[in-house]
Structures are given as structure tokens and as C-alpha cells.
Write a protein that binds this ligand. Structure first.
Ligand code: PAF
Length: 284
């Protein structure tokens, strides 16, 4: 496994792979877990070579967020990636991605605006910018993202389509702990007591899914079902629960037969967790 920190080193390696070689990219912010490894495994099966980027991207954190304290463990990450048979790891410094004088950003409107975008101003501008830059540096045939960040997936797909970027976006299902908690680097912030409370997010989604399976289509009823479950957990402070059109992410107020995105953001102590499920009649 080769580990490089500069754009020119990465390009030299890619050049040496040759034109016929397909390359899959798994973009990450490090502190890797089974969720990331599921992306790597999928990339491994679909490409000749696999690249992973590890870059805690400052532009997607706003002033109140946890950029400085975001968990980092380079040694552990590299050991996991070596074992997962990754070919090349790109770990740039902030100054490599955002050199002095940097002043170009990518902004996706529409799908960026509700949900996480509304609560985290500037977040998706930072994500879209760094992902575009990574696509330009790494030039992968395919890039792999987790369904856990449903809005991020929608934003990136929109951006790739709107800007005709030559990369296929592959979305991999959320990996969960046995008790249903979606794996996330931020779970490491939870105390044991908070960790025990955190599966309430998935239980809330499951309760709404069960209603949906029984024929409930009223978005307000589905939202109330999620809220009722969350409100029974004293450690859960609800940021939002949402029932949106899965394609447009527009919040729904009237029943529809189109696929739904159920999503929620909840604080457990100081840690903000998100999760989601897609519901569609074709799954029944
Ligand atoms: O999902 C993440 O870890 C990040 O948002 C990403 C896609 C690596 C961009 O920094």
C-alpha cells in the first residue's frame, strides 16, 4: 500500500497504473470503522485498484462545530486499510487542498438547503468543494459513499450530474451495530451511558417503517411516530425528524406513493447523531 500526501505524488502513481486500470475512490475523514471498510470492500470488488482519501475537511465544519476535536488516528486507519488491501492512501495536509489564496467553491442549491443544510450552514458547500477537488486529483471511475449521509449522497449525485463529472457514484447501505446504531466516527464521543441510549434513533425510524408497512402514508403521522419514540428517551434532544421525498428531499405534508426519506438528527449529550431510512412500496 502506498501512502502519499501530495497531488503530484498521487498523479504519478495513477499514471503508473496505466489507462486501462479502473480506480475506485473511497473519500473519508479518517477514524475509520466497519462502515468505511464496507465501502472499501465494495470498491475492491468493482475496480482494479482502490484509493482511499483521509482528509478532515475544514470547510465543511462551521464555527460552532468540532473540526479541531474531530477524532483522528492515522496509525490505526493505515493498519485497517493495509489489511483491507487498499492500493493507495491519499492523506493531504490542509495547505495541499486549500493553498494560500484559494477562492473557488462549489455550491449545489436545492437539495443542499433543507435538513442538514439548514442546520449546518456552509456544510454542503465544503463537502461539494472538497469532493470535486478529490475527483479532479484522483480521477476515479467510481466513488463510494455511505447511505447514512443521505443528503450528502443526494448533493454529490446532483453535482456529478449537473457538472457532467466523469465518475459513477456508488451508494452503500448503512452499517449498524447489533443494537441498530448506525456506525459513525462521532459515536466515539459517547459515554457508555449515552452509547446505551443512542439506538433510540434507529428504533424511531423502525417504528415509522412499521407504520408505513401497515399502510400509513400520512407524513405527519410518521413524524409523530418517530417523535414519540425519541421523547421516551430522556437523553435524546431532538434536532429534527423529517419525512421527505427521497428524490428531491422536499419535506412532505400530504401522502404520496413515491419513495420517502425518513431522517432525523438527535443530540445525545453534546454529540449530534443522524440516521435515515428510505421507504418505498417496491420494497414490500
Ligand atoms: O462523509 C465524509 O466523511 C465527508 O463528508 C467526505 C465525503 C469525505 C468529504 O469530506
Amino acid at each position: 500500500m502506498q501512502v502519499v500526501t501530495t497531488i503530484s505524488e498521487f498523479r504519478a502513481i495513477h499514471h503508473a497504473f496505466g489507462h486501462e486500470t479502473t480506480l475506485g475512490l473511497v473519500p473519508t475523514m479518517g477514524y475509520l470503522h466497519e462502515g468505511h471498510l464496507a465501502l472499501v470492500q465494495r470498491a475492491r470488488t468493482e475496480n482494479d485498484r482502490v484509493a482511499v482519501s483521509i482528509f478532515v475537511n475544514p470547510t465543511q465544519f462551521n464555527a460552532n462545530e468540532d473540526f479541531n476535536s474531530y477524532p483522528r488516528d492515522q496509525e490505526h486507519d493505515l493498519a485497517l486499510l493495509q489489511r483491507a488491501n487498499v492500493d493507495v492512501v491519499f492523506m493531504p495536509a490542509v495547505s495541499e487542498i486549500y493553498p494560500e489564496g484559494f477562492q473557488t467553491y462549489v455550491e449545489v442549491t436545492g437539495v443542499s438547503q433543507g435538513l442538514e443544510g439548514e442546520r449546518r450552514p456552509g456544510h454542503f458547500r465544503g463537502v461539494a468543494t472538497v469532493v470535486t477537488k478529490l475527483f479532479n486529483i484522483i480521477a476515479p471511475e467510481r466513488a463510494y459513499f455511505g447511505q447514512k449521509d443521505a443528503q450528502q449522497v443526494a448533493v454529490i449525485k446532483r453535482m456529478v450530474s449537473d457538472l457532467a463529472l466523469a465518475v459513477e457514484i456508488v451508494v452503500v447501505p448503512t452499517i449498524r451495530a447489533e443494537d441498530g446504531l448506525a456506525l459513525s466516527s462521532r459515536n466515539s464521543y459517547l459515554t457508555p451511558d449515552q452509547r446505551a441510549a443512542a439506538p433510540v434513533l434507529f428504533r424511531a425510524l423502525e417504528a415509522a417503517q412499521q407504520q408505513y408497512t401497515m399502510g400509513v402514508r400520512d407524513p405527519e403521522l410518521l413524524r409523530r411516530t418517530m417523535l414519540a419514540v425519541l421523547n421516551r428517551e430522556p437523553q435524546a434532544q431532538v434536532d429534527y425528524v423529517s419525512v421527505a421525498n427521497a428524490a428531491t428531499l422536499v419535506e412532505l405534508n400530504v401522502p404520496t406513493d413515491q419513495a420517502l426519506l425518513l431522517s432525523l438528527a438527535v443530540r445525545i449529550g453534546k454529540t449530534r447523531l443522524i440516521d435515515n431510512l428510505i421507504l418505498s412500496t417496491s420494497k414490500k
